[in-house]
Write a protein that binds this ligand. Structure first.
Ligand code: CTP
Length: 411
């Protein structure tokens, strides 16, 4: 989920680094907006390094992007910690004096304040009135913890512990229908997509009808589930989604090399690419010409390696708990139907899940909808999924997440 973490100018700002950690480890994408005063306690570089996102507190940076509008609108949750007396006052009176207060005015999702200040400031009628106002508008303002404060004083006014703020934030997201746990947080998923092209000469190739739409939808679904995603793309007719690492390849041999390297660092490997089983035995360095004085050319093909099978072999040899998912394009014929061919393919390939498509010239390839059956090596009942390629991708990624947590629980 996208979280904006507003940091106020109080000594407790340093504790918010742990809160940021808790959010990022749970797979959330956090943008930190410190106030000017907050940067006197903890520098911008710390927030950038811990969040992995750029940090500013000025509405005049990147003006063209209208940051406060985008951040406020897009945030699934805004958390302000430590919420100083000044920040509570500015928020309660709707001031827009810096990027954080601008963003708060643009917020469309839940907002949580975790106050921290001296007891007298917290108990002051002005602060209490501001808290009341904010709460009356549906904002969650936590009670500060009690205990030792910055000086020799003690009493209510301590910032609640980062774990307590994190739990309150998760509960608030759940109450407002925002999913708080991302099922693939902390996982790396490598997905191949598109159709390989096997060159004949500098201008011609043997290709296939794959558009890459299903692989791209899978990459977006895995990203939305919190995974770090690598998309290994052969020829695709659609752009790669934002927020995933894209590695472009052309041939099956290139795809094999990149997949083997990427798989070594992945929790999940999904082979959604349509890989050419054969390639021309010889690739002409110059354009093959038609000539009247010679016979028509004959193209000899040689087998490409079976990448999926090899990935499973490498995984098994390493004794790793990686989950390997294959796709099967089947047409069925007089010797067997789609499912019987798919079951044989699942055994042959050895992958954990096989997502089976029924294909034909007008079915699946390039279309926006898809209908699949998910077979499992462990022998679970076949699971059907249909709808848009995005719907199918979400179901496949859900299944991947549940297989991962069942068979290979997080250590
Ligand atoms: N695949 C692969 N390497 C190949 C061919 C296919 O890794 N050389 C992968 C595909 O990405 C897919 C799965 O294997 O995940 C099944 O692909 P499919 O084309 O349905 O099967 P084939 O192996 O080509 O088998 P057949 O020709 O018998 O249909």
């Amino acid at each position: 989920m996208r979280i904006v973490l507003g940091v106020g100018g109080g000594i407790a700002a340093y504790k918010v680094a742990s809160l940021l950690r808790l959010f990022t480890e749970a797979g959330h994408d956090v943008t930190v907006i410190p106030t000017e005063a907050a940067t006197r306690f903890v520098g911008v570089a710390t927030w950038e390094a811990l969040s992995g996102n750029p940090v500013t507190n000025s509405v005049f940076d990147d003006v063209d992007q209208v940051k406060h509008v985008r951040l406020g609108h897009e945030a699934d949750l805004i958390v302000v910690a430590p919420a100083t007396a000044d920040l509570l006052a500015r928020a309660a009176t709707g001031q827009a004096s810096d990027l954080l207060t601008n963003t708060l005015l643009m917020a469309s999702g839940p907002v949580l304040f975790a106050p921290a200040m001296h007891t007298e400031m917290w108990q002051h009628a002005a602060t209490q009135a501001n808290v009341e106002t904010l709460r009356s508008r549906g904002v969650t303002v936590l009670e500060p913890a009690s205990g030792r404060l910055t000086g020799s004083d003690s009493g209510p006014g301590r910032l609640p512990e980062p774990e307590a703020i994190f739990e309150a934030a998760i509960a608030l997201m759940q109450d407002t229908g925002v999913p708080a746990h991302l099922p693939l947080a902390g996982r790396t998923v490598t997905i191949s997509a598109g159709g390989t092209r096997e060159p004949l000469d500098p201008v011609r190739f043997l290709g296939n009808r794959s558009s890459g739409k299903q692989g791209v939808a899978l990459a977006a679904a895995a990203r939305d589930a919190g995974a770090t995603v690598r998309l290994v793309a052969a020829h695709m007719e659609v752009p790669a989604p934002a927020g995933v690492e894209l590695i472009a390849v052309e041939t099956a041999l290139q795809l094999r090399e990149v997949m083997l390297a990427a798989a070594a660092e992945s929790d999940v490997v999904i082979m959604a690419a349509a890989v050419a089983d054969f390639r021309p035995a010889e690739v002409s360095g110059s354009k093959i010409k038609k000539r009247d004085d010679t016979a028509d050319p004959v193209i000899t093909l040689v087998r490409n390696p079976d990448i999926l099978h090899e990935l499973v072999g490498v995984r098994d040899a390493a004794g790793s708990s990686q989950l390997v998912v294959g796709f099967a394009a089947e047409t069925g014929d007089e010797q067997g139907d789609v499912l019987s061919y798919a079951e044989a393919k699942l055994k042959r390939k050895g992958c954990d899940l096989l997502v089976v498509n029924h294909v034909g010239a007008d079915k699946v390839f390039g279309q926006d909808n898809n209908s699949v059956v998910i077979l499992s090596r462990a022998g679970a009942e076949p699971q059907s999924a249909s709808g848009s390629k995005q719907d199918v991708a979400a179901i496949v990624i859900d299944r991947v997440a549940s297989e991962l947590s069942r068979v290979f629980p997080r250590t």
